[in-house]
Design a protein. Structure first.
Length: 450
């Protein structure tokens, strides 16, 4: 499965106040969508590593790979996915309602040179047989990905963009042939590697119109899992902004200029590479992904924010209901933020301007801006709040508190995620090192109702 991101979707806001004020004003612009994210915006990756895969004196895979995860413990098969195992996995996928992206071996048939370059044409025989079997069994694969980390300088191996383009053209023709009588038509995604602007541009140019449906790249902005400074990087807003923004912008520009028919996906994102780091594998992240999936819709809204660089805010249309959902991430270890959420319907900002950052302007703003729009200002209207914190205030803990209550699996099942309710017009309190999802069901956002 693929962790998908429409890269233009997230509108990252960083405040510029020098004194890091605890009082924050967020203005949501509900009249137009900034972008849209895919339905499967947050997913999980099933990798193929054996239990013996270790990095930095950690061996985290155990019985967790696609070859041996516990759907009955079918055994380890020396790195080769058997058809019997594929059958079992598809039972799991069907029960879970999963949308599947499968990565194909792009090195089959090539020869390796001493410098890590692999040359020669791709041998598609094994992939053809595997796809034919998949179709014959009626297994639904949403997309087929070609290769893994072979772009640019590669990771352990690399293939030139020119050769890669020839091979994805062959794979596209193969998919059209094999799925010609099928009601479902999977898409082709590639290259599943680290972004190299020249390499990616050449892949799109040489493969041509409509071949690569989604351009996948990997993001491990924290570096290697053995970095002793990972915790400080996770909580450093300037580091997080610097490492992500330029790369995402350049990838989007590459697609616009050389392959506007394609989309941008993040095929892997795990914080730290080489099996990660224990500090990046927190319960907080897992529950955040689940709440995103349940609460956040597809429409991304633009926001203006004043106050602090340690608070991140993202606004999307609510999922399967009216209104919006606001995601707030507090990176500060000490500041408890008080967040006032407003609608921009009654705000008249100068053309080309944004928030004016003076305190007098903010006070005036709070008096003149409707929080949900023109339809309601009744204090009896409530919002839903989901506050996630780590146990004992430790954001790296595996134990997660939802609104102050520990969450634990019950007979292997996820417990009910119950919100707390607060008057919609009151400030949202966001504790240090916490994540909050806030649903405003009566927020008047015209873009979400169209």
């Amino acid at each position: 499965m693929i962790l998908q991101f429409l890269l233009s979707a997230l509108f990252l806001i960083t405040g510029i106040s020098a004194d890091e004020s605890p009082d924050i004003t967020v203005i949501v612009r509900g009249s137009d969508l900034l972008a849209e994210v895919d339905d499967s915006f947050v997913c999980a990756t099933l990798d193929w590593w054996p239990p013996e895969k270790c990095n930095y004196n950690q061996c985290p895979w155990g019985q967790a790979s696609v070859l041996n995860l516990s759907t009955g413990l079918f055994g380890f098969s020396q790195g080769c996915l058997s058809l019997a195992r594929w059958d079992e996995l598809n039972l799991l996928f069907e029960k879970g309602g999963a949308i599947i992206t499968f990565g194909l071996n792009a090195l089959n048939g090539r020869d390796s040179l001493d410098n890590g370059m692999w040359v020669g044409n791709w041998n598609s025989t094994n992939s053809r047989e595997f796809i034919e079997y998949t179709i014959s069994k009626g297994y639904q694969v949403d997309s087929w990905e070609f290769g893994n980390e072979l772009s640019g300088r590669g990771v352990g191996a690399r293939v030139s963009a020119e050769q890669y383009a020839q091979d994805v053209i062959e794979l596209k023709a193969l998919l059209k042939e094999l799925y010609r009588d099928s009601h479902t038509k999977p898409i082709l995604v590639a290259p599943g590697g680290f972004f190299d602007q020249q390499w990616y541009a050449q892949l799109l140019q040489d493969s041509g119109l409509g071949v690569v449906d989604a351009l996948t790249h990997h993001v491990y902005n924290l570096g290697g899992g053995d970095d002793s400074h990972i915790e400080s990087k996770i909580l450093n807003p300037w580091y997080l902004s610097q490492t992500a923004t330029d790369k995402f912008r350049n990838l989007q520009l590459t697609i616009e200029r050389h392959g506007p028919w394609s989309r941008a996906w993040v095929g892997e994102a795990g914080g730290a590479y080489n099996s990660g780091n224990r500090q990046t594998k927190t319960g907080l992240m897992k529950l955040s992904a689940l709440l995103w999936h349940r609460l956040m819709g597809k429409g991304v809204l633009s926001i203006d924010m004043s106050g602090s660089s340690y608070l991140r805010a993202y606004a999307l249309c609510a999922k399967r209901k009216s209104g919006i959902t606001l995601l707030l991430i507090n990176l500060s270890t000490s500041i408890k933020f008080s967040v006032t959420v407003r609608n921009d319907l009654n705000v008249l900002l100068a053309e080309g301007g944004g928030i004016q950052w003076g305190n007098a302007f903010i006070r005036t703003l709070k008096r003149t801006v409707s929080w949900i729009g023109r339809k309601a200002s009744d204090e009896s209207v409530h919002r839903e709040e989901y506050h996630l914190t780590g146990a004992d205030g430790n954001c790296l803990s595996q134990t997660v508190l939802l609104n102050g209550n520990p969450l634990e699996l019950v007979d292997g099942e996820i417990p009910q995620l119950v919100p707390v309710y607060a008057p919609a017009n009151s400030p949202v309190k966001v504790d240090p090192l916490s994540i909050a999802f806030v649903v405003f069901p009566n927020f008047e956002a015209q873009a979400c109702s169209s």
